[in-house]
Design a protein around this ligand. Structure first.
Ligand SMILES: Nc1ncnc2c1ncn2[C@@H]1O[C@H](COP(=O)(O)OP(=O)(O)OP(=O)(O)O)[C@@H](O)[C@H]1O
Length: 190
């Protein structure tokens, strides 16, 4: 069972500008939080802060479990096959045993021998989600995870997030529309 995520009075400064201040939220185990707001208001920055990739200007983030982050950029070496790349990341993340199920969940099993440079943008996005699934972290931090996904793939993501939450996992996602996270809270920036 996971612990809750507690965000308290968080502030973020980037490029000398205060993006947001006084942001507080709580996400219980099995819960989800949508970060919404216009472009440039700091949704991606807040995700990076929750992932520990950016320092907070003020406030705190408390979460006892592990975190997995999928940002806009998908780190896949162009010449490597998809299977080799995802195995590399899964090994680093301690999730090699979970990788076959993660590939199935995002319908990637048939693409494992394809060099990453030949993957479409939607296939790369699915690969980034498969990496998150395989990592086995309690908290998923997803930046516009349906960007570039077709309807069927968005459905696979929704199913994966539902299964993760049913097992006590948490999801925080920056979004510009519905991504199929039933009962999620929302935090508006800007
Ligand atoms: N590395 C950086 N250095 C300085 N400023 C940055 C950096 N990255 C982003 N910013 C600025 O921080 C602000 C918030 O960006 P961020 O990507 O967090 O917004 P967002 O709400 O996710 O936007 P979008 O909806 O367009 O994805 C923007 O003004 C952006 O230019």
């Amino acid at each position: 069972m996971s612990e809750a995520l507690e965000i308290t009075n968080l502030a973020c400064r980037r490029g000398g500008r205060m993006l947001f201040e006084g942001v507080s939220a709580r996400v219980a185990p099995g819960g989800a939080l949508l970060l919404v707001g216009p472009n440039g208001t700091g949704k991606s920055s807040l995700l990076r802060l929750l992932a520990g990739l950016l320092p907070a200007a003020a406030g705190s983030v408390a979460f006892a479990g592990r975190r997995a982050f999928a940002g806009h950029e998908v780190a896949l070496k162009p010449r490597q096959s998809l299977g080799a790349e995802l195995s590399h990341w899964a090994r680093l993340d301690g999730g090699l045993a979970r990788l076959p199920a993660a590939l199935e969940a995002m319908n990637l099993a048939a693409l494992v021998d394809v060099p990453c440079r030949m993957l479409s943008s939607g296939q790369k996005r699915r690969a980034a989600i498969a990496r998150v699934i395989a990592a086995g972290a309690e908290l998923w931090l997803l930046d516009e995870p349906t960007a570039g996904l077709d309807t069927a793939s968005a459905g696979l993501l929704a199913r994966a997030m539902a299964a993760h939450r049913a097992a006590g996992g948490l999801v925080v996602a920056a979004v510009h529309g519905d991504i199929g996270l039933d009962g999620a809270g929302s935090l508006r920036l800007g």
